[in-house]
Write a protein that binds this ligand. Structure first.
Ligand code: NAD
Length: 431
């Protein structure tokens, strides 16, 4: 199949590369000149395990190329995927200007039947608006179909997730479009769930909100564990081994962050209210999530008392391991809480430091080159993102170079017994 993808970020680029890898011909379009120039010269602007190899392999086999020219993409493909940002507005509702812009740009160059697929996460009924927009701006009344195909990849394992999806959701009201979409996904040999457009749109927000709810649920339990003396890790195991519940997304910690969950929960709240079917349960999910970070910072303050001019080390800045993405990272928010208190914060992250610096997210933060450099002379260490590499750091050496060996583990990453045996004063979450 000939496919184009408009928006070559975490979703668009990985989707494009994986589509090419199963044999399709893919054009990735982006209006960011620097990004396209980087991709054309073989540089991958984001970090995602395995992505570089897939991109290089498919560029070499002429199945994948990059352009700024949307007309090139529309002219030379049967299906056009939209994977541009859908950021939140101040009231939580979704800013759909990027989607409208792309719909309009597509309509202006559309000369023949095409399937236009919304892969971005959008509120229910966006497909109708996209179709209206294309109809309004297309001068020659070309026929087309709009399909919803939400994306469920996780940053940090995006290539693996795309190549082996649990299911593919295709929301289509047209048999012609559906037949083409099935051809796109046939090589992935995954179950395909066919729905109407609105249901597919809703599935994505409902799925992300449910996962956020699971995280907030175990975090609420972690508070009860802390006050009662139970261990949230044991409780999570006990709940999660029930097949009806499942263990994933039941890890107590600093709460969810990143570019999806916070915005998608807020968006679902806003849409449900707009539709006259308010969903206050999600308000509580948000409250628990914020509370989790606030309680953690209080715990640090309770222990260290005054933070001003105290040297504090932070391991991890990305919103989760195996990514360079620091958008809405809870680790970054914790760092800023500490900086606001006047602490001297020294942080290390394997992949996220360039983005923190480039985006100017933590004014006054000292970025260092290794975990051990971060902890030197520190009065406390905060584990904020659970990168595996932190398991390889020598804990004895860590304790030795710290001024006071106190560890606040925001991800229950370390084993409390081991930490105590090494000589740390250790604080986890809910245990
Ligand atoms: P991103 O910011 O990484 O990438 C978006 C890209 O779109 C950028 O490269 C930007 O330059 C480009 N763009 C913006 N306007 C454009 C235009 N008019 N023409 C061409 N290119 C344009 O965003 P992302 O993380 O890939 O997310 C994209 C969508 O996918 C969002 O709706 C998001 O909610 C959803 N989503 C994201 C994830 C994730 O894990 N990141 C997972 C599932 C769904």
């Amino acid at each position: 199949m000939d496919i184009s993808i408009v928006g070559s970020g975490y979703v668009g680029l990985v989707t494009g590369a994986c589509f090419a890898d199963v044999g399709h011909h893919v054009i990735c379009v982006d209006n960011d000149q620097r990004k396209i120039a980087a991709l054309q010269s073989g540089r991958i602007p984001i970090y995602e395990p395995g992505l570089q190899e897939v991109v290089h392999r498919n560029v070499s086999s002429h199945r994948l190329r990059f352009t700024r020219d949307i007309k090139d993409g529309v002219d030379n493909s049967q299906i056009i995927f939209i994977a541009v940002p859908t950021p939140p507005q101040s009231d939580g509702s979704v800013d759909l200007t990027y989607i409208e812009q792309v719909a309009r740009e597509i309509s202006e160059v559309l000369t023949d039947y095409r399937v236009i697929v919304d892969k971005s996460t959008v509120p229910v009924k966006t497909g109708e608006k996209v179709a209206d927009t294309i109809r309004r701006y297309n001068k020659i009344r070309v026929s087309f179909d709009v399909v919803s195909n939400p994306e469920f990849l996780r940053e940090g394992s995006a290539v693996a997730d795309l190549m082996n999806p649990d299911r593919i959701v295709i929301g289509s009201n047209s048999d012609r479009a559906l037949a083409l979409m099935k051809k796109v996904y046939e090589p992935f040999m995954a179950p395909i769930l066919v729905t109407d457009v609105k249901s597919a749109e809703l599935i994505k927000h409902a799925a992300n909100s449910f996962l956020a709810l699971k995280i907030s649920y175990i975090n609420a339990i972690s508070t009860i564990c802390e006050t009662s003396g139970a261990d949230v890790e044991q409780v999570a195991e006990g709940i999660g081994t029930d097949k009806r519940i499942g263990r994933s997304f039941l890890s107590a910690g600093l709460g969810y962050g990143g570019s999806c969950f916070p915005k998608d929960v807020a968006a679902f709240l806003a849409i449900s209210a707009q539709l006259g079917a308010p969903f206050p349960l999600l308000k509580e999910v948000e409250r628990i999530n914020t509370n989790q970070r606030t309680r953690f910072v209080h715990k640090i303050k309770d222990t260290l008392w005054i933070l001003k001019n105290k040297r504090i080390a932070v391991w991890g800045l990305t919103f989760k391991p195996d990514t360079d993405d620091v958008r809405c990272s809870v680790a970054v928010e914790v760092v800023n809480d500490l900086l606001r208190e006047g602490a001297m914060v020294y942080a290390y992250d394997p992949r996220g430091m360039d983005n923190v610096e480039e985006l100017g997210l933590c004014k006054g933060l000292n970025l260092v080159k290794s975990p051990l450099e971060a902890v030197r002379e520190a009065e406390a260490l905060i584990l904020a993102t659970e990168w595996k590499e932190f398991h390889r750091v020598d804990l004895e050496e860590t304790r030795r170079v710290m001024q006071t060996p106190i560890v606040f583990d925001g991800r229950n990453f370390f084993d409390p017994q081991t930490m105590k045996a090494v000589g740390f004063q250790y604080y986890g979450i809910g245990r």
